[in-house]
Ligand binder design. Structure first.
Ligand code: HEC
Length: 123
């Protein structure tokens, strides 16, 4: 019986240490709490991202390539066609955007993606 208890405690210690180790590594690879997507909306989040990174070429006035991303309705068309996400994630088959500039950072892309997954509401 004692032997069994000892074996159990050694085993649970091992599991504990292992879990702790695993957690450390995971935290390093995927930093937690660095990208807050809890309150993403069109008006507060997405519109600002598009305005900052895309209006220079895709406002109603500039409309490069005939693409207008200014305003909810215009943007929603590119959401529904999959072109908005394809372009900013730079997936093959889409023109990588923003053109001539570095890819948007992961958190910014995740915010846009979260908004789209939530139904791309005019909120
Ligand atoms: C420096 C100018 C410039 C910037 C900045 C820019 N674009 Fe573009 N974009 C273009 C041009 C020119 C085209 C048309 C030619 C092409 O598709 O490459 C285009 C095309 C597109 C298209 C249609 C792509 C397709 O596959 O048909 C989408 C969607 C788009 N842009 C989204 C964006 C988004 C989102 C941003 C901001 C993150 C952005 N663009 C920033 C110049 C720009």
């Amino acid at each position: 019986m004692m032997k069994y208890v000892k074996l159990l405690s050694v085993l649970s210690l091992f599991v504990f240490l292992n879990a702790a180790c695993y957690y450390d590594v995971e935290e390093e690879l995927y930093p937690v709490n660095t990208c807050d997507t809890t309150s993403v909306t069109y008006a507060v989040t997405v519109q600002n991202i598009i305005q900052e990174n895309c209006y220079v070429c895709h406002s109603a006035a500039s409309q490069q390539g005939g693409v207008i991303l200014e305003g909810y309705t215009a943007l929603k068309g590119y959401v529904d066609s999959g072109q908005l996400l394809g372009a900013i994630k730079q997936n093959s088959g889409f023109s990588p955007m923003p053109q001539g500039q570095p890819k948007l950072d992961d958190c910014t892309i995740l915010k846009v993606e979260t908004w789209i997954t939530g139904g791309a509401l005019d909120n």
